[in-house]
Design a protein around this ligand. Structure first.
Ligand code: MTE
Ligand code: MO
Length: 473
């Protein structure tokens, strides 16, 4: 294969339509699959990989991963991807020089820092979000960490914790030597679905769609085990401050905090994670260690964790004190007082329709139904008990079928995927119909109907009914 030409990633990326030809990479190979598409049954899925790597798709659609398909693919090989493509040289020396490569399917809401979400159709296809497609929310450049010299400092700053030892440094190997615990947990950004709230009135923040969420199996050591070994006693007034290795321009790290009671709770499942879906954490998601705080807003799930402090106060970081808080719709930037609202911890119940997409032409089945699919989730370990759909603005509601883990309520941290078949009036063929979803959690909390009355200046907690207009076909 050495005889074949070498292509740059940008050459591959240019070939992403049937007109220009469809190129993809798999491993180090570059393939022109333009002629393969019409012969291939799942070619709509392959089109999502057009101009990029298909490896992650093949990891999902396991049926492709057989010898016949691989040797068939080899017949379309036109070259190899250039090895020096790994680092882009224009950034050398800047704090952004060492950013990891991302899958081109992640649509950036901002490049620096990198913030991106996957297409919703992909999101709802997998109960466990593939790591490559898991949304990324970075506030700062991704730090470069050598796992051999990595250390996690644990400090007990207050004597109210009653600890026997007040200082500890854990190496990566120390953490891996602790009992391993796994938890399925969705992580959702506090600003997920912000773009819908913006339609009411503009807000400050990245314009996230409904894809700033992902669901994964996380594995690592329990934070509880580390703190209990140091003799920390339960105390409702204490906090655990979590700091990352990513530094802002004034050399302050990204930081957040959670109540000590959540960290010590056996059912809280807070872990120092080193694996995501059974693979080592990648750099964007916090390599080598991130804290997973199940049921809690994304912002507290600190990545590149380097320091833990048990203290009698919350984190002083900007993100704990002056961000990720909710306010009344009448509070504006002139009147806001961030000390008056608590920091978001558990998230409210939400759901989103992932397919069909807005504006999509949707085939009505012969017996008069359209199929709709999406996700639902609630914070605090509350299980989703129902998702209701309507295609007639609430005159009739249809209950979706849920796909979820069988974890007990209060400890149900994973999301639920759902599918519903909604009857539609066949007379409406060719017309626009709006579909709404609303989820109900185990406390019978329901999503609010509209954004108008939950609007807030930062555009967080944006969980009103999800509404998608489609064309019946
Ligand atoms: N941790 C560090 N160290 N730095 C960050 O910028 N962003 C937080 C959180 N942890 C952040 C962080 C926010 S706001 C979210 S929503 C999640 O990480 C996103 O996690 P993900 O990028 O793995 O999806
Ligand atoms: Mo976030």
């Amino acid at each position: 294969r050495k005889d074949l030409p070498t292509f740059k990633l940008e050459d591959v990326q240019k070939h992403n339509t049937l007109e220009k030809g469809i190129w993809v990479t798999y491993g180090i190979g570059v393939y022109d699959i333009t002629d393969f598409i019409p012969k291939h049954p799942g070619s709509d899925k392959i089109m999502l990989g057009a101009g990029s790597a298909i490896d992650p798709f093949w990891a999902i659609y396991q049926q492709h991963n057989n010898k016949e398909i691989l040797s068939l693919l080899e017949t379309y090989r036109i070259g190899n991807i250039s090895p020096e493509d790994e680092v882009s040289t224009d950034d050398m020396g800047s704090p952004w020089a060492m950013e990891p490569k991302r899958h081109p399917l992640l649509k950036p809401a901002s490049e620096r820092p990198f913030n991106a979400e996957p297409p919703l159709t992909i999101l709802a296809e997998n109960f466990y979000t593939p790591n490559e497609f898991f949304y990324v929310r970075n506030h700062l450049p991704v730090p470069v960490i050598d796992v051999k010299t990595y250390e996690l400092e644990v400090e007990i700053e207050t004597d109210k914790a009653g600890a026997k030892s007040t200082q500890k440094a854990l190496s990566f190997e120390d953490i891996k030597a602790l009992p391993k615990h796994s938890v399925t947990a969705a992580i959702m950004c506090g600003g997920n679905r912000r773009s819908e709230m913006t339609e009411v009135k503009s807000v400050k923040g990245l314009s996230w769609g409904a894809g700033a969420v992902g669901n994964a199996k996380w594995s690592g050591a329990r934070l509880r085990d580390v703190l209990l070994a140091m003799g920390v006693q339960p105390n409702e007034n204490l906090h655990v401050i979590l700091e990352g290795a990513d530094l802002d321009p004034t050399s302050n790290p990204y930081g957040a905090s959670i109540p000590l009671s959540k960290a010590l709770d056996e059912r809280g499942d807070v872990i120092l994670a080193y694996e995501m879906n059974d693979k080592p954490l990648n750099r964007d998601h916090g390599f080598p260690i991130r804290v997973i705080v199940p049921g809690t807003v994304g912002a507290r799930n600190v990545k590149w964790l380097t320091r833990i402090v048990v203290a009698d106060h919350e984190s002083n970081s900007h993100w704990q004190q002056n961000d990720y808080k909710g306010f009344s719709p009448s509070t504006d930037w002139d009147t806001v007082d961030f000390t008056k609202s608590p920091a978001i911890q558990a998230m409210p119940v939400t759901s989103a329709i992932c397919t069909p997409l807005p504006g999509e032409k949707v085939k009505v089945s012969a017996d008069g139904f359209v199929e709709v699919r999406g996700y639902a989730w609630s914070g605090g370990g509350r299980r989703i008990v129902r998702v209701d759909l309507t295609a007639d603005k609430g005159k009739s509601w249809h209950v979706a079928t849920l796909e979820q883990e069988n974890e007990p309520d209060g400890r149900h941290y994973g999301w639920s995927l759902w599918t519903a078949r909604i009857p539609v009036d066949t007379k409406l063929k060719g017309e626009e119909v709006e579909i709404w979803s609303k989820a109900v959690d185990s406390a019978y909390n329901v999503q609010p109907e509209t954004f108008a009355n939950i609007w807030n200046l930062r555009g967080v907690l944006s969980n009103a009914y999800h509404r998608v207009k489609i064309l019946l076909n």
